[in-house]
Design a protein around this ligand. Structure first.
Ligand code: FE2
Length: 342
């Protein structure tokens, strides 16, 4: 039987446990098993008019040959200086001047780019040339070689997103540089992208990866046509999910993309979900209430919707289009997706 008089006090006991590389569950139970998700970051809006001058400075001060990518990453200070836009995700804007080539490379994180001012640029993905037009989405799935080139006579800017923070959490990223002098990398045409341009038609003998979309290039014009054809939902919004044409699933293993059209002056029903979202304003103006914050936004502004934070959106002055990138498919695959309407 323990001698009560000589038993260690709880604090001494905890110190002794810790010294032995043991932690008691009882004094940290609520910390390690919170009753609901606790996002680190408040929602944040990045205005295009604040970003654009920095893109000009980056283009003039940072030679493309000196850097892997000339990208400005949108960062929420709630992550204490870490390069994170919202949990699991980063967003950025990339700048290329005429003649610039962003060298080939590949990696295990999933990335996308959405053409905001990219007419005349091209992204090469696994030997396929994807010419970038207004509103196009281009995937660079895990371990697909890719590089970018500006063959126009004007500066190119596009929106990027990637799940780098998720892969850093999992410490599962691999990165391989390509040969920046390999001219043959750029000497390609549309290639096998032609196999995936006809909706509802799939070659029966094709060999394609099971893990991500075999289609890399999604046309902005096609997206706009489908948004226009859809009937608005009860809250006036219409949503298109970018999908893998072979499976109907999300485009990549842990990155999911949507196009949303909001109807003028009709607020979407407040909703929260366990996934994280970054919204790019493709066109129009409007207002979003995200958690305790209300943002007025216009074209090419970007805002975050951290997980488990109520969000509602309203277009002002006309319809407005958003491009939304999220980690929803990662949550789905872990059976952790929860969604709730207010
Ligand atoms: Fe990349």
């Amino acid at each position: 039987m323990a001698d009560v008089a000589t038993a260690a006090k709880p604090s001494e006991f905890v110190a002794q446990l810790q010294a032995a590389n043991l932690h008691p569950l009882w004094d940290r139970f609520r910390t390690i098993t919170p009753v609901k998700p606790q996002p680190k970051d408040p929602p944040l809006l990045w205005r295009w008019r604040d970003i654009e001058p920095f893109t000009e400075r980056a283009a003039s001060q940072v030679p493309i040959d000196d850097v892997e990518r000339r990208a400005l990453i949108l960062v929420n200070p709630a992550f204490a200086g870490d390069t994170v836009t919202t949990s699991n995700l980063i967003a950025a804007f990339t700048v290329l001047d005429p003649g610039d080539r962003a060298r080939p490379h590949r990696h295990t994180f999933s990335a996308i780019r959405f053409a905001t001012r990219a007419e005349g640029a091209a992204t090469i993905v696994n030997g396929r040339r994807c010419n970038m037009h207004d509103g196009d989405l281009i995937l660079t799935p895990p371990m697909c070689w890719h590089g970018h080139i500006n063959e126009s006579d004007h500066r190119i800017i596009w929106f990027d997103a990637a799940n780098i923070p998720l892969l850093r959490t999992l410490d599962a990223n691999f990165f391989e540089p390509g040969d920046p002098k390999a001219n043959q990398f750029w000497m390609v045409d549309e290639g096998e992208e032609k196999l995936w341009t006809e909706p509802g038609l799939v070659g029966t003998e094709l060999d394609y990866p099971a893990t991500h979309s075999p289609k890399y290039h999604y046309s902005g014009a096609a997206t706009r046509r489908l948004l226009a054809a859809l009937s608005p939902g009860a809250d006036g919004s219409r949503t298109v999910r970018y999908t893998n044409p072979a499976t109907g699933d999300a485009v990549m293993p842990a990155l999911d993309c949507y196009a949303v059209r909001l109807s003028k002056d009709r607020a979407t029903r407040p909703k929260r979900t366990t996934c994280n979202m970054i919204c790019l304003v493709v066109s129009g103006m409007g207002r979003s209430t995200v958690g305790e914050h209300t943002f007025d936004w216009s074209q090419h502004d970007v805002f975050s919707i951290p997980h488990w934070t109520l969000a509602s959106h309203t277009a002002k002055g006309g319809d407005a289009d958003l491009f939304v990138v999220s980690d929803k498919v990662a949550l789905e695959r872990l059976d952790l997706l929860r969604e709730e309407y207010q």
